[in-house]
Design a protein. Structure first.
Length: 397
């Protein structure tokens, strides 16, 4: 059997990271993979995570299986963090999943099983893995336009026009609650309210990817778009991740949440989430969820964690501002001021695939071929090198 298997193409982003690792140049810079990095280029463990793990080490008494839907204390804390008091959380069926990717897949599997032929609309562009996840679950994936022709801002009219003209009742619409991946370009709150009204009018269902809470404008501000959607839409699917804001990348901690019109639908919805989980990974891992629960359910640790999230967000914002100023200082022929309107770890730089290839070959600077850069991978110590290389690249290409 195996001798007939073709070799699958490498992942576009992870393949670049492998090439970066094998690059012997000392002054190389990696702006590809979406992980937070500090000034020294490390992806640190948060102090609150270390404290929570010490508590768990002293107090945990078993390594037995968890419930299919996951850690009870974790689920309670997640609903509070994501929804606050915007809705009655009794309306929400929630299950802990292996990261945000697992949440997307469990949500998609549950929909596809009971509503075959369902479509989910994706922004163009969107996270590179969205299409693969939803298509593997059996969902159709039409796309709606997202960027203007110069790829520096949101083409809101085109986005709304396509959904209004082509959307059907029962379609899902994948939306990034904040820090749109890969562009960093988000709708305004007023535009979110228009999106909410359109989906309600069309009887389409928001499918919200909420992977970066706290990295946009803050933990509470970043959930306002979700609240706007729920003001007019009685149902939604929400997927979150704690990879970024807790730095728990390798622990794979996420949640899928089905929001119903009334609490009477929650039991049935949860039973179907359990079915989707049971035939996939059976039940989730404990450690990462217990860590999150320990922090979020302790007032002192939660406040300290929020300060750590604020510090990460501020570092990203500082790097974006330094890059804009640095590029201006090179007298490059391109103005990068539009990046100031982008949020989160990622930015669409406007660089093309040829320029990305030039930067890799000539200067050891790795960015994705679409021009997406991980702002969190920048550092004060290498900013001048980066800006000068990009300016030279623009002139050369």
């Amino acid at each position: 059997m195996l001798e007939f298997l073709p070799t699958a193409p490498p992942d576009s982003i992870l393949g670049l990271s492998e090439a970066y690792t094998n690059d012997p140049r000392a002054n190389k810079i990696n702006l590809t993979v979406g992980v937070f990095k500090d000034e020294q280029g490390r992806t640190p463990i948060l102090n609150t995570v270390k404290k929570a793990e010490e508590i768990l080490l002293k107090t945990e008494t078993t390594k037995s299986y968890m419930p299919i839907e996951g850690h009870p204390g974790y689920l309670k804390a997640v609903l509070d963090l994501v929804f606050g008091t915007s809705i009655d959380v009794a309306r929400v069926a929630a299950a802990q999943t292996p990261g945000g990717t697992g949440a997307l897949r469990v949500g998609a599997d549950t929909v596809a099983k009971h509503f075959p032929g369902t479509r989910i609309w994706l922004s163009n562009p969107t996270w590179a893995n969205h299409g693969s996840i939803f298509q593997a679950a059996g969902l159709e994936t039409p796309v709606y336009p997202y960027l203007t022709a110069d790829k520096t801002s949101l083409d809101f009219a085109a986005m709304m026009g396509e959904i209004k003209a082509q959307g059907r009742r029962g379609d899902l619409v994948c939306l990034h609650a904040c820090c749109h991946n890969p562009t960093g370009i988000d709708p305004t709150l007023e535009q979110w309210q228009e999106i909410s009204a359109l989906l309600a009018e069309k009887q389409m269902i928001p499918f919200v990817d909420f992977a970066y809470q706290g990295f946009g404008d803050g933990l509470e501000a970043d959930r306002l778009p979700l609240h706007a959607l729920l003001e007019k839409n009685s149902e939604a699917i929400v997927c979150n991740s704690f990879s970024k804001n807790f730095g728990l990348y390798c622990e794979r901690v996420g949640t899928v949440m089905l929001v119903g019109k009334e609490a009477s639908t929650t039991e049935a919805a949860l039973s179907q989430l359990r079915q989707s989980v049971r035939c996939n990974y059976s039940n989730p891992p404990r450690h990462g969820a217990a860590t999150v629960a320990t922090i979020l359910n302790d007032a002192t640790l939660r406040a300290e964690w929020q300060a750590e999230v604020d510090a990460m967000r501020n570092r990203i914002s500082k790097m974006r501002d330094m890059f804009i100023a640095g590029m201006k200082g090179t007298n490059a022929t391109r103005d990068f001021g539009f990046l100031s309107r982008q949020k989160g770890m990622f930015s669409y730089s406007g660089l093309n695939s040829m320029q990305a290839d030039w930067l890799k070959k000539e200067r050891g600077i790795y960015i994705v071929g679409t021009g997406r850069i991980n702002v969190a991978g920048m550092a004060t110590s290498t900013m001048a090198t980066l800006c000068n290389a990009i300016a030279e690249c623009i002139q050369a290409t």
